[in-house]
Design a protein around this ligand. Structure first.
Ligand SMILES: [Zn+2]
Length: 353
């Protein structure tokens, strides 16, 4: 009849949002089906983890792909890592499904981005962590003075992975969490983490170099939503967007008109769409500039809040940042190899329009 009987938990789309949230939180805190409490896993992080056995894979659940990729690389063969948010899914709007809840309940650890990126899940994650569940944000160790605060009072911009150096700090946080959880394998996590951070430092250098090659009059990045503030600050390219830092707010007519005027006045040739954001508002901007005699092209699709397809190069954090930097540099008149940082990009991805 309904999916309730089949799944033994109410289907999320049969509940109101408030009911769903209470249900979900109850499940996570072990007050729902009691699966956590009846399982062999220790329910609180204050207790020591179970003794590691040969061939054991920790079950680790993550939210966005960028977190999933870091965790997978640092955990290596010790982790069976699963990302809940797939390609093109917008984390600001995402609600956990009954399946997600089940996966998180059965996980040894859960990693999420934090800073309210997962807008509709964050409070519940924090509550779960307070109740001793192993739910960890990857961003809490970032120094306050390195976080960008949006115009909305006191709200930090969550898109920190746009600055590779900040994402390296998040990788260090993940490493410490894994080492605390599974101390006997601390050296393995450290080795994996160090290798990853060397690679990310090289990527950071590449991005710095190609963005610096964009000629001054064209150094402006125009995107659909404000996901590139950290990228902008780290790599010295001003950014303007139609929407605020969350995709939950609709772009207003005034925002669109202001951006049209800016593009026309500065003679900016190109704007960029984002893989996880509806391009509607950016289309309105393009129509506006065309009406004023300054048609702008679309410089390609950038990955802002989600990565490419799993199993592809763009489906990794390094790959998505490579696509972004190479596409931006080439579209705005800078110099970057058509196949990107390590020759792994399909040329079609970054070819200038
Ligand atoms: Zn975003």
């Amino acid at each position: 009849m309904s999916r309730t009987s089949r799944l033994d938990v109410p289907s999320t789309d049969l509940l109101t949002e408030a009911q769903n949230r209470r249900h979900w939180l109850g499940q996570i805190l072990g007050m729902g089906t009691g699966l956590w409490l009846s399982g062999c896993e220790s329910p609180t992080s204050s207790e020591p983890p179970p003794a590691p056995t040969t061939g054991r894979h920790w079950k680790i659940v993550c939210t966005i792909g960028m977190v999933t990729d870091l965790v997978q690389q640092i955990a290596g063969e010790l982790g069976e890592v699963l990302g809940l948010l797939s390609e093109g899914v917008d984390p600001h709007l995402y609600r956990p499904t009954a399946r997600d809840t089940g996966l998180m309940m059965q996980a040894d650890l859960v990693f999420y981005s934090g800073l309210h990126l997962e807008g509709r899940m964050t409070e519940d994650f924090e509550a779960a962590e307070k109740h001793g569940r192993r739910f960890y944000a990857v961003t809490p160790d970032l120094p306050e003075d390195q976080l960008i605060t949006s115009d909305v009072a006191g709200v930090h911009d969550p898109h920190v992975w746009g600055d590779v150096q900040l994402w390296i700090q998040c990788a260090r946080t993940i490493t410490r969490r894994l080492q605390a959880f599974d101390a006997p394998h601390a050296a393995i996590y450290q080795t994996n983490s160090d290798r990853l951070c060397v690679e990310l430092n090289n990527l950071d250098q590449y991005i710095r170099q190609v963005i610096a090659s964009i000629p001054e009059p064209q150094r402006l990045l125009v995107t659909a939503h404000d996901a590139f503030a950290y990228f902008s600050r780290a790599y010295s390219i001003p950014v303007k967007s139609v929407q605020g830092i969350s995709t939950e707010s609709e772009a207003g007519v005034n925002d669109i008109n202001a951006l049209v005027a800016l593009l026309v006045d500065m003679k900016i040739p190109t704007v960029f769409v984002e893989a996880s954001v509806n391009p509607k508002s950016l289309e309105a901007v393009r129509e506006g500039t065309a009406q004023r005699g300054w048609p702008v092209s679309v410089g390609g699709t950038l990955y802002s809040d989600s990565m490419g397809a799993p199993g592809t190069y763009e489906g990794t954090y390094a790959g998505m940042m490579d696509v972004n930097a190479t596409t931006i540099a080439r579209s705005l008149g800078g110099t970057a190899p058509v196949e990107g940082w390590r020759g792994q990009l399909p040329a079609a991805k970054t070819t200038s329009p």
